[in-house]
Design a protein around this ligand. Structure first.
Ligand code: HEM
Length: 483
């Protein structure tokens, strides 16, 4: 491995930032068409890195006109320059969750929810503290609840393969994720609280109405102009998804009373604001994150083939037998399983875009050169390139299952950024790291453990889907050894 360049080294030569925004309006339109239709996401960035000979450059980011008033960004696409986005003393994270536009607060009951707040806003500490404390109070529930949800998931996958020769993992996994999150916060199944068995579809619609400016449906070429007009030019109105959102809100409001009491009494947050935040955490942060993450994890593990499956099954069954069950201690001993999950999060980070505004004039380092960024300029990181930086990771485009095993491997965890911070850091009320970080890694571990306790190997068919992967299970081979 090439030795990682230290972020602290300030002796790099200062260079002007290459790239241009083009003509007003037309430059942003051209970049949007390149990004969605002419080049595609990765090629959009890679071609510009080649053109400018730089991993830091100026460009417009979609959606542009008329949804974002200012689409101009400075892209930071290597592991070193990207890390400026993690520095809350230099970067303002107010209203930048989705990039250069912010969906109307009418999607969230008129409130700017936690993920849109900068840590310098006092409300951020109160709401994030409330979320961190809610998660801590549910700690003992995570493993048994998630295992129960997975049991149902695998039974459904088996049924679908038996009946139709194929199981749509995304649909089944989304439903499972929703049931898990709802149960976690509301202590009961959605159907016991007045919601239908497919209530997650209301979250899907609500998510789509907020994120459509970043999405392409991959239609045929002659429909691109039409799609661009409908999805990328004007925001879709929230009233079209309001009744679905209200149903979810009411179910959370009536069944998460213990958590909401805590928000009011201990964190001084008004009950309706706490509940809109809870719905956003459940539906956007957690359910939305799981929607992207689980299919991607399954895809990468499937691509590892039978030999990886055998190694994982061996490790998982041996440790579970030794430890007498699926416990936190057992999960911590599964070094290959842990590494596989970090590798999936590195190669395919579920939330690929990060944004932040420069709080002051500053110098940003990349590996060999430095750049000056002015106060107020928008900095944009496309994480898949930062976490596939060839100066940090050997064979960065390859899924190396044991990359993070051992002392040397673990040193690389500082360059895994999926949670909006280094994997070696922890979420606090003062930073913008995902408070679900440990829960997310835990769920991925339990998912692989349940998979390989039940099955020796499996096959899938994968393709691209909106902001992530679509996975269909074709076969599951039952475990030949039991513990
Ligand atoms: C399942 C996969 C998940 C992924 C991939 C994910 C990813 C992320 C990322 C990248 C951010 C930072 C966004 C930004 O500011 O750029 C974030 C923030 C956040 N996440 Fe997660 N997350 C997941 C699950 C969860 C869960 C389970 C919870 C809570 C139960 C959660 C709650 C939050 C909250 C509240 C924030 C805002 C933090 C703040 O404002 O300081 N997330 N998440």
């Amino acid at each position: 491995m090439a030795s990682p360049t230290s972020d602290e080294n300030n002796s790099r030569p200062l260079k002007p930032i290459p790239g241009s925004y083009g003509l007003p309006f037309f430059g942003a339109l051209k970049d949007r068409h390149d990004y969605f239709y002419n080049q595609g996401q990765d090629e959009f960035f890679l071609s510009r890195i080649n053109k400018y000979g730089s991993t830091v450059f100026r460009t417009n980011m979609p959606p542009g006109p008329f949804i974002s008033s200012n689409p101009k960004v400075i892209a930071v696409l290597d592991a070193v320059s990207f890390s400026v986005l993690l520095d809350n003393s230099k970067i303002e994270k107010r209203n930048v969750l989705d990039g250069t536009f912010m969906p109307s607060t009418s999607f969230t009951g008129g409130h700017r929810v936690c993920a849109y707040l900068d840590p310098s806003e006092p409300k951020h500490a109160a709401i994030k503290g409330f979320i961190l404390s809610t998660l801590a109070s549910k700690h003992d529930t995570f493993i048994p609840l998630f295992r129960a949800c997975l049991s149902e998931l695998f039974a459904n996958i088996e049924d679908n393969i038996r009946d139709n020769n194929v199981a749509n993992f995304n649909d089944l996994s989304d439903n499972m994720s929703f049931n898990f999150v709802f149960n976690l916060f509301c202590d009961g199944n959605p159907t016991e609280h007045g919601l239908g068995p497919k209530a997650n579809i209301d979250f899907d619609k609500w998510l789509f109405f907020q994120l459509h400016p970043l999405i392409t449906l991959g239609l045929s070429k002659f429909l691109n102009l039409f799609e661009d007009l409908v999805l990328h030019t004007f925001p879709l109105p929230s009233f079209l998804v309001k009744s679905g959102y209200d149903k979810l809100y009411n179910a959370f409001y009536s069944s998460a009373s213990v958590i909401l009491d805590e928000a009011e009494n201990r964190f001084n947050i008004k009950r309706d604001e706490a509940c809109h935040n809870l719905v956003f955490v459940a539906g956007f942060n957690a359910y939305g994150g799981m929607k992207a993450l689980f299919p991607s994890l399954i895809k990468w593990v499937a691509l590892g083939g039978e030999s990886l499956h055998r190694q994982l099954a061996d490790e998982i069954r041996t440790v579970v037998k030794e430890q007498g069950g699926v416990t936190i201690t057992a999960l911590n001993k599964m070094s290959l399983t842990k590494s596989v999950i970090y590798e999936a999060l590195r190669i395919d980070p579920p939330v690929p875009f990060q944004y932040g505004k420069a709080k002051e004039d500053m110098i940003v380092n990349s590996h060999d050169v430095a750049f000056q960024i002015k106060k107020g300029e928008m900095i944009f990181g496309y994480q898949p390139l930062a976490t596939k930086d060839p100066r940090i990771f050997d064979n960065p485009e390859e899924f190396v299952s044991d990359r993070f095993v051992g002392e040397e491997g673990e040193k690389l965890l500082q360059y895994v950024y999926w949670s909006n911070e280094r994997e070696t850091q922890n979420p606090t009320v003062d930073n913008k790291q995902c408070p679900g970080k440990d829960l997310v890694v835990l769920m991925c571990r339990v998912l692989l453990v349940e998979l390989f306790l039940r099955y020796d190997t499996f096959t899938i068919k994968a393709s691209k889907l909106l902001l992530g992967s679509s996975v269909k299970f074709l076969s599951l081979t039952k475990a030949t050894t039991t513990i």
